[in-house]
Ligand binder design. Structure first.
Ligand code: ADP
Length: 687
């Protein structure tokens, strides 16, 4: 780099130039001439719009124009005489020296740093992109370089913007071609001008085949409304959406969801229409199938509902632990005295409408004992539950309830979705049927009244006949009056037997009808169950030689507050059954135990007789129920004894059950409560 003093371009000199640079009177003539030239040159530099700089061969600034000062933010004097790399960022200065030296070896007019991002640095340190053109110039036989510097910030920004846009366009183009939708562009005369891969895939024509064709003709488009109406909407609103039917190259018809947008040119004339067509053929087909399937299910359900509504019984289909109602019929509304609504829990429905459920003996039925709930919880059918529905207006309806769990996994899918509630696959569905048995009950009551009346009327004469037969036999035995011959005694004996049998039967019938009518009372008094049982066993042992009746007990006395006559009746019934249904004879064991923890007396009567067929076991405590085997064997009976036993035991607060195997024997168990007061009495203390 040249010494600054050698050039004579010291800042002091330049500041003195006329207008820019004053002439030094004591300079040699060369220098004067040089400075004069510079002075002449300086005004010309102001004309071009670019920032101009004149540099000597050593890289020292000797002349700048105002644009240059403005561009770099320096005052004129701050630039003149300074090395040009002042205008460069620090880190580029070393490289610049090399470039400058290289240039000065073969100076020519050319842009500087082709292919490089040239950066200038302002006085305030800010940097900006520049474009520099260099041109060698001889000033007074000395080689100088004139540089035109242009601020490229705006251009660079625009370039960057352009690059971004073109990148974005390339990406969009890629996206368009990747789209599964058919995307096409048509000009204002409906000629296809663009056709993406999605369109090729959907319709079958390649871009080359499609471009230039009239869209609607190529695709044989069928419009939901007239084509004119579509064009009108596009014209008016700039867009249209709707469903079209198109025909593909292979003749296949497809339904597309089409979105179209009108693009206008700068003058506002229609230039192109962008069209995106989505193939919805499969979706529409599935929707149609679903609609048809649903219509079919609805039709079936309608038929089912009509059938259900014509059934006399109240039918509920309930789902899940809350027993939410899926379906019910007309009779359900009538039996509960309120309309049902889908989704409502059955228990809530009952409570909401002021209805309630009772057992046949008038006890309120706890909700957890409801038939539907029991079937839901256990997964097993609960059948023939006798209950009474009490409606909000006080009306009572006797019902028999059956609850049957259904195979919900196969049932639920056939129901419309909004009908099934909750996690359908997991929840059980139960069919609950309430049969109104009021008419039956009334008929039964009538029958009971008749039986009661008839047995009552029969009882007195039968007892009289039995009594006279008894007296006749005993007087004859005492040889009072006429003696009876053998034949007469035998017949009177049979009369006595038959009439006592009849008296027992009428007694049982009367008890049953009284119980049914709620006119039955127990007469409780402290009773020693041990003594009573022993006495009953002895009485029945006297009636048979074939059977051995054994009594086992660990207690000497066991006191209970019971109706002694009825306990005798229970024991008599169970023991005579054990005798009657063990026709081959055998051991009959009676056990009586005291359960102090529960304050109960536990009886067990075991025989080795015919046993009870499995099919009759579930109903054995019902009225008139008899084992099939005893009928076949021709053993007479009424089927009322066990019914009475159960009623009597339960009215005492006890419980009866049995175990039996046909051909092996039966064991009947029953319990009776012994109150604490009676216990104290049995231990000898006062009540
Ligand atoms: P009945 O004995 O008059 O038929 P019950 O009500 O006492 O009426 O008994 C009902 C039925 O129960 C009987 O008919 C019989 O089939 C069966 N049964 C009762 N006890 C026994 C028993 N100990 N062994 C076998 N079957 C019995």
């Amino acid at each position: 780099m040249m010494d600054r003093h050698d050039t004579g371009h010291s800042p002091e000199n330049q500041r003195a130039l006329p207008g820019k640079m004053p002439i030094q009177p004591d300079s040699d003539s060369l220098m004067i001439s040089f400075l004069l030239t510079l002075n002449i040159l300086a005004p010309f530099l102001e004309y071009p719009p670019d920032a101009l700089i004149v540099i000597d061969s050593a890289g020292t600034i000797i002349l700048v124009n105002t644009q240059m000062e403005t561009l770099f933010g320096y005052d004129h004097d701050e630039l003149i005489g300074r090395p040009v790399d002042l205008l460069l960022p620090e880190h580029l200065r070393t490289a610049h020296v090399a470039h400058w030296t290289h240039y000065m070896q073969a100076p020519r007019a050319r842009p500087m740093g082709i292919g490089l991002d040239l950066v200038g640095q302002r006085k305030d340190g800010s940097r900006f992109f520049v474009e520099i053109s260099l041109r060698p110039i001889r000033i007074e036989h000395t080689l100088h370089v004139i540089g035109a510097i242009r601020d490229m910030t705006a251009q660079r920004e625009a370039e960057r913007e352009r690059m971004l846009i073109s990148r974005r366009l390339r990406q969009q183009d890629k996206l368009l071609s990747m789209s599964h939708d058919a995307i096409l562009v048509r000009d204002s005369a409906d000629h296809i001008v663009s056709w993406n891969e999605g369109a090729e895939h959907l319709y079958g024509w390649t871009e080359e085949e499609a471009v230039g064709n009239i869209t609607h003709t190529l695709l044989q488009a069928r419009f939901p409304i007239s084509r004119e109406a579509v064009d009108y909407t596009l014209e008016q609103h700039g867009q249209w959406e709707g469903e079209l039917t198109h025909t593909c190259q292979d003749g296949r018809q497809v339904i597309v969801e089409s979105r179209q947008a009108l693009v206008r040119d700068e003058q506002g004339f229609p230039a192109a229409i962008l069209e995106i067509n989505r193939d919805v053929t499969e979706r529409r087909r599935l929707e149609r199938l679903e609609r048809e399937a649903r219509a079919e299910i609805d039709a079936r359900l309608h038929v089912l509902q009509v059938i259900l509504d014509h059934l006399p019984s109240s039918v509920f289909l309930v789902q899940g632990p809350q027993l939410r109602i899926l379906l019910a019929n007309q009779a359900a509304t009538e039996i509960w005295g309120a309309p049902w609504s889908r989704g409502q829990p059955e228990e809530e429905f009952i409570q909401q409408h002021g209805a309630s459920l009772y057992t046949p003996t008038g006890q309120p039925l706890p909700l957890e004992d409801m038939t539907g709930r029991r079937a839901m919880d256990s997964g097993k059918p609960v059948l023939n539950c006798q209950l009474v529905i009490r409606q909000s207006d006080g009306a009572s309806i006797p019902v028999i309830v059956d609850a049957i769990p259904l195979e919900h996994r196969s049932l639920l899918p056939s129901l419309p979705q909004e009908m099934t509630l909750g996690p359908a696959s997991a929840e059980r569905v139960v069919l609950v049927v309430y049969r109104n048995v009021r008419a039956l009950k009334e008929a039964e009551e009538l029958k009971d009244q008749f039986i009661s009346l008839a047995t009552h009327e029969l009882r007195t004469p039968v007892t009289i006949i039995a009594g006279y037969a008894d007296r006749l036999l005993s007087r004859a035995a005492q040889e009072k009056g006429h003696a009876l011959d053998e034949w007469q005694r035998e017949k009177v004996q049979q009369m006595k037997h038959a009439s006592w049998h009849l008296a027992n039967l009428t007694g049982e019938l009367l008890d049953v009808t009284r119980m049914q009518a709620g006119q039955f009372q127990l007469e409780r008094r402290p009773t020693d169950l041990v003594a009573l049982t022993r006495q009953e066993i002895e009485r029945l042992q006297a009636t048979t030689d074939k059977h051995q009746l054994a009594f086992h007990t660990t207690v000497a006395q066991l006191w209970a507050l019971v109706d002694a006559f009825r306990i005798e009746q229970i024991l008599s019934n169970l023991l005579s059954n054990a005798i009657k249904y063990s026709p081959g004879g055998g051991l009959i064991e009676v056990t009586l135990e005291e359960h102090k923890d529960t304050h109960e007396a536990h009886f067990r009567i075991r025989d080795q007789g015919m046993g009870i067929p499995h099919a009759q076991q579930a109903h054995l405590f019902g009225r008139f129920v008899r084992g099939e085997n005893v009928r076949i064997a021709g053993i007479r009976g009424t089927g009322l004894g066990l019914y009475l036993c159960r009623e009597l035991i339960e009215r005492h607060g006890g419980h009866i059950s049995f175990e039996s195997e046909e051909g092996v024997g039966s064991t009947f168990f029953f319990s009776l409560p012994c109150t604490e007061a009676v216990y104290r009495n049995s231990s000898g203390k006062a009540l």
